[in-house]
Write a protein that binds this ligand. Structure first.
Ligand SMILES: [Zn+2]
Length: 266
């Protein structure tokens, strides 16, 4: 039986890692073959055309040899989307790093994940296109949850099915509760109104329909807090890139946002 084959495939570079003196490992999330580690020999050599693709968040059409075990190999790169803006902007870079980190953690290598591939591709495209990376990452964090084995109901009240009004999240019911049913769970997460409003919206919206969303710093912080609670409970992984995002948030002056009112969702 054949154990390897040449193929043309779309892929997203997740990360690169130096290997021995002159070689490089590149982890690529391929649409057809899942996540694979590719080996590039003599990457420093000037005539090595593959040098130009050794950047995280790069999206391209590749040609290479796919092995069923161990490393795979690249031989050519076709149409590519270089993440120029993403790499240059510290905030965009941080959120893109978090998204690829989650992708790497969410499921096993070698398994194709079409839906998630499209989600990451489009998300990175949005960030590169100048859409607020916080919003793009928040949508990604919410929509990737099923890959961690979690499918919370963000849309309708877990008790009565209500879809309008204010909501809060309940671990006990693995979904949102409408205001009338807040009393069903004393330990609901006490998300702010705005956080639950946007999380519900972000759980539904495809990137293709995402226009310009402008969120104030206060709203962003509330969303961060709410999503961190979900991740702590359901996912429990601690990525370096997430730590960096939290640190970055504390650099931002909250006074920039004083025109926003504070809502209490208790
Ligand atoms: Zn209800």
């Amino acid at each position: 039986m054949r154990k390897d084959y040449y193929a043309r495939f779309d892929g997203i570079v997740l990360f690169t890692r130096k290997y021995r003196e002159n070689d490089l490992l590149i982890k690529i999330f391929t649409k057809e073959f899942g996540k694979r580690m590719f080996f590039i020999r003599n990457v420093q050599r000037a005539n090595n055309g593959l040098r130009e693709i050794a950047f995280p968040y790069l999206r391209a059409n590749f040609v290479g040899r796919i092995n069923d075990k161990g490393f795979s190999f690249l031989s050519d790169v076709g149409e590519r989307h270089f993440p120029k803006t993403t790499i240059q902007n510290i905030e965009a870079n941080a959120y893109a790093a978090y998204m690829v980190g989650l992708t790497d953690a969410a499921f096993e290598d070698f398994i194709p994940e079409d839906t998630l591939f499209d989600l990451l591709w489009q998300g990175l495209e949005k960030i590169e296109g100048g859409v607020d990376p916080t919003v793009v990452a928040n949508i990604f964090e919410i929509q990737i949850l099923p890959k961690f084995g979690v499918t919370p109901n963000f849309v309708s009240c877990a008790i009565c099915g209500e879809t309008q009004g204010n909501f809060d999240y309940s671990m006990k019911y693995a979904g949102v509760l409408c205001e009338r049913h807040f009393h069903m769970d004393e330990r609901r997460l006490h998300w702010s109104r705005r956080a639950s409003y946007f999380i519900r919206m972000f759980s539904q919206i495809p990137y293709a329909k995402l226009g310009t969303v402008s969120l104030g710093q206060q709203t962003k912080s509330e969303l961060r807090k709410a999503l961190d609670m979900l991740y702590e409970e359901y996912v429990g992984i601690h990525l370096k890139s997430h730590h960096f995002i939290s640190q970055m948030e504390s650099f931002i002056n909250p006074l920039d946002d004083k025109q926003e009112k504070t809502y209490d969702n208790s």
